[in-house]
Write a protein that binds this ligand. Structure first.
Ligand SMILES: C[S@@+](CC[C@H](N)C(=O)[O-])C[C@H]1O[C@@H](n2cnc3c(N)ncnc32)[C@H](O)[C@@H]1O
Length: 279
């Protein structure tokens, strides 16, 4: 590159706001994803339930395939299949996450561009569907069909991992801000229908130069309760299911990064959990 071109590029860059230069998927990964923590939970729970190590994983709603990539780097027997119906997000994942794998790891990962409701994959030890994406299915009949197809895609002792959130705050509009390295993450529950439990949420980002990205991501969900989901899992044929709920510090009421299997639903305003179900 000539120095004139370099100068020009620098000029163009400095004329842009931080929001204009930001990479949405990188911001998303940094704000809401912790693949390492989630896979630690999955591995430990699977071992408890099945008395063996899992190796084959399918990640539904895989987005940028961050978790698939982490999975194949953990163990050289691990295989991952990621499914997402948005080609642009899969392409970003290939360019930025999958490209960091070596050739051997690459041979153990497959990304499928399809709707999770239609996709056919070979049987795996475990399926994860995280970040509440399955809440996009608002009809009970659709959820039931989805769970039945997931069950079919698991080996005999295979395990399904779903996440969910609860507490009074999930049934209302609200905003929550978090300061991260170089930007602010804003979670907005913009609309809530108290009759249908339909919730419209947005993720916004703000930057130190005061520029912002409004509605970087939008989700249209039905807030499903864990009891309803367990009923549907049972109807879909899952033999065993349990809730792992986030723990709180008994002194400060602060949410902790610990999840325990429980049916005690102490009424905190907002909490996270996993629903685990075995074929
Ligand atoms: C919130 S992101 C989840 C990304 C990542 N799994 C995570 O845990 O953060 C939701 C992703 O699900 C995809 N998605 C939503 N509905 C889908 C469907 N029915 N089939 C396949 N992908 C779907 C979207 O394209 C998007 O990439």
């Amino acid at each position: 590159m000539t120095s004139a071109t370099a100068r020009k590029r620098k000029q163009i860059d400095s004329s842009k706001t931080m929001a204009e230069q930001a990479d949405l998927h990188a911001l998303y990964q940094e704000s809401v994803q912790n693949a390492e923590f989630e896979l630690d939970f999955i591995e430990a729970t699977f071992k408890e339930w099945c008395n063996r190590k899992p190796h084959s994983m399918r990640e539904d709603f895989c987005g940028t395939a961050l978790s698939c990539c982490e999975w194949v780097t953990r163990n050289d027997k691990n295989t991952a299949v990621g499914v997402d119906f948005e080609q642009s997000v899969l392409d970003w994942g290939k360019e930025n996450n999958v490209s960091r794998l070596n050739a051997e790891q690459l041979s153990r990962i497959e990304l499928i561009h399809d709707d999770v409701l239609n996709v056919n994959t070979s049987k795996v030890d475990l399926i994860q569907a995280f970040n509440f994406s399955y809440w996009g299915f608002k009809q009970r009949s659709t959820m039931l069909a989805y769970f039945k197809s997931l069950r079919e895609s698991l080996v005999d002792d295979g395990v399904l991992f779903l996440d969910f959130f609860g507490g009074s705050e999930c049934y209302q509009t609200q905003k929550e801000k978090r300061k991260l390295d170089g930007f602010k993450y804003i979670w907005e529950q913009a609309e809530f229908n108290a009759l249908t439990n339909e919730l419209t949420c947005h993720i916004h980002f703000r930057f130190p130069d005061k520029s912002k990205i409004r509605e970087a991501f939008t989700y249209e969900w039905r807030v499903w309760g864990p009891a309803e989901i367990r009923d549907i899992l049972a109807e879909a044929g899952f033999s065993k299911h349990a809730i792992y709920r986030q723990e709180f510090d008994p002194k400060t009421d602060e949410a902790l990064d610990e999840y325990i299997m429980t049916d005690e639903g102490e009424d905190y305003a907002c909490w996270l959990g996993y629903i685990v179900a075995q074929k």
